[in-house]
Design a protein around this ligand. Structure first.
Ligand SMILES: [Zn+2]
Ligand SMILES: [Zn+2]
Length: 168
């Protein structure tokens, strides 16, 4: 990618292709894949350069993309899974890999394709194909959503108690 720099020595402003940007673990400074070359002075280190306003927003954009990519990966953080209560690496929904798979299949079974990963952006016919495949391989019964149903019943019971208390 190209970043806009200003050379501290000759004061010229130039675009430089720095390749990929990565963030190093022990530094808050971004690491550039390629060397930064000033058109008049040649190779420059980061200390001999300034980021222009444009350069700053280009760099922010690049590192933002980087963080978003990280979030979608498994193992972003560890904790108690919302589905099975086991301590495991979780995704951004707070589900372990196995439960995330169950949820995905449940959403497909319920044709809730906007919330699925595999059905996103597909038309209803394509989604129905995936649904048939899931039901054929894993059965028609809901896996994760079903296990949450007792909790919902408890909620309803609590509400009923409240009503009784009011009438009494
Ligand atoms: Zn220069
Ligand atoms: Zn789980």
């Amino acid at each position: 990618m190209e970043i806009n720099f200003e050379c501290k020595k000759c004061r010229c402003i130039f675009d430089c292709d720095i390749g990929n940007v990565s963030l190093l673990e022990n530094s808050d400074r971004p690491f550039f894949e390629k060397k930064i070359i000033c058109p008049t002075c040649g190779e420059r280190s980061m200390d001999e350069l300034l980021l222009t306003e444009l350069g700053q927003s280009q760099l922010t954009q690049a590192t933002l993309d980087f963080e978003v990519d990280d979030l979608s990966d498994f193992g972003f953080y560890e904790g108690e899974c919302q589905g099975c209560d086991m301590f495991q690496p979780l995704n951004d929904l707070g589900l372990c890999e196995e439960c995330a798979g169950k949820l995905e299949r449940d959403l497909i079974r319920e044709s809730d394709r906007d919330n699925t990963i595999s059905g996103y952006g597909l038309d209803s016919a394509e989604c129905e194909e995936i649904r048939k495949k899931v039901i054929k391989e894993y059965g028609e019964k809901l896996e994760l959503i079903a296990s949450n149903k007792p909790k919902k019943k408890k909620c309803k019971a609590a509400k009923r108690k409240k009503k009784k208390a009011k009438t009494a």
